[in-house]
Design a protein around this ligand. Structure first.
Ligand SMILES: Cc1cc2nc3c(=O)[nH]c(=O)nc-3n(C[C@H](O)[C@H](O)[C@H](O)COP(=O)(O)O)c2cc1C
Length: 228
């Protein structure tokens, strides 16, 4: 798609169409489209308009280096060292939803629950950006914390919707935030910049089994409380 072709999906359609894609074609997103998407994502809202996000977009040779370093860390079972704790604290309905998402994904991939090697290799695909030609690591400077992390979430969804509207698939990945020292070293980023997560993006490879996975959402009556 050339930059002059305006996306024509409605907001509703873009929201419905965005989903996590975990298998990409090698074809890169043209530079003008990349720049357009990141320019528009700047319009995400933030507390006091501080715009605390610091996205580092990696492609080409740089992506290969970062990917190799992350895959190597995953394969040698290097202990994670995230900038914020990443311990799972899901219980009750949240645990059910987590298990449901895992079942949908591993089921689509044909990886059994008992297949620990298959599960590990499937997980390490996170570190390989699911073969995407681009990834963005989203940092924020010290001493920002929970409040500013909210703004990074707003930014990330804005970015993913802009991509979706242009036929570009993506997957937000907490897994890309578990080895921040490796990412900082590879990209020459100072330790005062803290990493929350990353997003792999590019054009979907619909032949990848993982991309057949679909997850649902809780009905609003289970979630939203209207007060009058
Ligand atoms: C902050 C965040 C972190 C995520 N981390 C991962 C991840 O590390 N690996 C992965 O495969 N998916 C990850 N996901 C994708 C979620 O599993 C996905 O958004 C959820 O299951 C809903 O599915 P959908 O995006 O297809 O609608 C993450 C999503 C978000 C928002």
């Amino acid at each position: 798609m050339s930059i002059s072709e305006r996306p024509s999906m409605s907001v509703d359609e873009v929201i419905r169409r965005r989903r996590s894609v975990r298998g990409f074609l090698p074809r890169e997103v043209p530079d003008p489209i990349l720049r357009e998407v990141f320019a528009l994502a700047q319009w995400a809202p933030s507390n006091c308009n501080v715009q605390p996000w610091v996205p580092h977009v990696v492609s080409g040779e740089t992506l290969t280096h970062v990917r190799d370093a992350l895959v190597a860390a995953g394969m040698r079972d290097e202990p994670i060292k995230p900038d914020w704790p990443a311990d799972g604290k899901f219980s009750g309905v949240y645990r059910e939803r987590q298990v449901g998402a895992a079942q949908a994904l591993y089921g689509a991939m044909g990886v059994a629950r008992s297949d620990s090697v298959g599960r590990k290799l499937a997980y390490i695909r996170n570190h390989a950006f699911f073969d995407a030609p681009h990834a963005v690591f989203i940092f924020m400077p010290e001493p920002f914390d929970t409040r500013e992390a909210v703004d990074l979430g707003m930014y990330a969804q804005t970015l993913m919707l802009l991509l979706t509207a242009r036929g570009i698939a993506s997957c937000a990945q907490g897994a890309l935030g578990l080895f921040p020292d490796i990412v900082r070293a590879e990209l020459g980023i100072p330790a005062t910049q803290k990493l929350l997560f990353g997003i792999s993006f590019g054009y979907e490879d619909s032949d990848v089994k993982a991309n057949a996975a679909r997850v649902d959402r809780a009905p609003i009556d289970d979630v939203v409380r209207f007060h009058r």
